[in-house]
Design a binder for this molecule. Structure first.
Ligand SMILES: *Cc1c(COP(=O)(O)O)cnc(C)c1O
Length: 381
């Protein structure tokens, strides 16, 4: 049953169909060879996925997009598709841990070489690019959890000069940020701000058509496709993306201002604060400062644990960017396989707590932080 052409559903329906059909072999072949519009098999794409791909591409300011079953799949599979044996990749200690595992352990097994640097070390990036022919510079901004801000125009300029591609995992900044920079490939975990409700996993690779076309054949056989129902939920999440993001940023700024006034906090990192080392760069690069805050508690590890467990509106949980506020304690943030140098770059210590601010009433959130700080204050180690 089709609806008349002049009578559309206001909300696009879910194409919950793995397969599509034509009336003739000839038209099927034409579609498969790219000589006509249409769909064949949802592992490659389908109308629900395609709608989301095109929306995300517009938001990020690029021509095209490929969806994946998770953010990790977007990072991993695009790197697998872009790299070959013997290629060299530059990445950073301040990055998402599974991405580091992928580069060090998995791609390493297939002969992809790497150099690990600190995102603050722009001279190191330049030196490495000059000394080692490099396929890809993979980075994030702001970083997680301490929100270091990468100098994106400098990094992309250096990479271009030395013939390397740049891949920016833009999950923390969101799909509306950083499109003005000469980044070749954006990857996102849609699980975070795009879905926004913590109920569905997904990822996206966003780039100009030439790059997406070159990835498409490989991505289709990797098979980590987004499900149509998940794509529908993403599309629904996108409708409130800006409402949520603006509210979360404003609340994060207010919570950060409050924490800034508190003696129990020995170090505070939110890019919206003037005291943040990346504040000027964040002002120049980003439309807003995000919803993540990192703080160190003067009372040490025990105070950090009590603070984390005393919060009632912030749940102890992974992930970020959802309607609910979340918290992670130092034990849950510290990388296990870093040497002393890498640990110093990460700037995570045994009293660092990460907050992800949701859309709850901000006065309630501040009152919650206040009572948790009071509880932690009694536990100074
Ligand atoms: C969460 C996250 C990912 C992985 O995304 P999933 O959807 O959980 O697979 C990748 N990069 C960053 C920066 C993330 O925060």
């Amino acid at each position: 049953m089709t609806v008349p052409a002049d009578n559309r559903p206001l909300v696009a329906p879910i194409y919950q169909s793995a397969k599509f059909t034509f009336d003739s072999v000839e038209e099927t072949e034409r579609q498969l060879h790219g000589d006509r519009e249409g769909f064949w098999y949802s592992r490659k794409t389908n109308p629900t996925l395609r709608q989301l791909e095109l929306t995300l591409a517009v938001l990020q300011g690029r021509e095209d997009c490929l969806l994946t079953a998770s953010g990790a799949a977007a990072v991993n599979l695009s790197m697998l598709a872009l790299c070959r044996q013997g290629d060299h990749v530059i990445f950073f200690a301040e990055m998402y841990k599974p991405t580091q595992h992928l580069i060090r352990r998995v791609l390493g097994r297939y002969g992809v070489r790497h150099t690990l640097l600190s995102i603050d070390d722009v001279d190191g990036i330049e030196r490495t690019l000059a000394n080692t022919s490099t396929r890809l510079v993979v980075f994030e901004s702001p970083s997680n959890p301490v929100l270091k801000v990468a100098d994106i125009s400098r990094i992309t300029e250096l990479a271009k000069k030395h013939g390397a591609l740049t891949m920016l995992d833009n999950t923390l900044a969101g799909v509306h940020n950083h499109g003005q920079f000469d980044v070749d490939v954006f990857v996102h975990s849609l699980t975070k701000y795009v879905s926004g409700h913590g109920d569905v996993l997904g990822g996206a690779v966003i780039a100009d058509r030439k790059i997406i076309d070159s990835l498409r054949a490989d991505m289709a056989v990797f098979g980590a496709s987004l499900d149509a129902h998940a794509a529908f939920l993403m599309q629904r999440g996108l409708k409130t993306y800006f409402l949520r993001y603006e509210r979360q940023c404003q609340s994060a700024m207010d919570v950060a201002d409050y924490l800034d006034s508190r003696p129990e906090v020995s170090s505070l990192r939110y890019p919206g604060l003037k005291s943040h080392p990346g504040h000027d760069l964040a002002c120049a690069q980003q439309k807003d400062f995000g919803s993540m805050i990192a703080l160190d508690l003067r009372g040490g590890p025990e105070a950090a644990r009590v603070f984390t467990e005393s919060l009632s509106l912030f749940s102890i949980s992974a992930s970020l960017g959802s309607t609910e506020s979340l918290v992670l304690a130092p034990q849950l943030l510290q990388p296990r396989d870093f040497d002393a140098q890498q640990l110093a770059w990460s700037e995570i210590n045994d009293s660092t707590v990460r907050l992800s601010v949701g859309v709850e009433d901000v006065q309630d959130l501040i009152a919650d932080v206040e009572q948790a700080l009071a509880a932690a204050g009694a536990h100074t180690s």
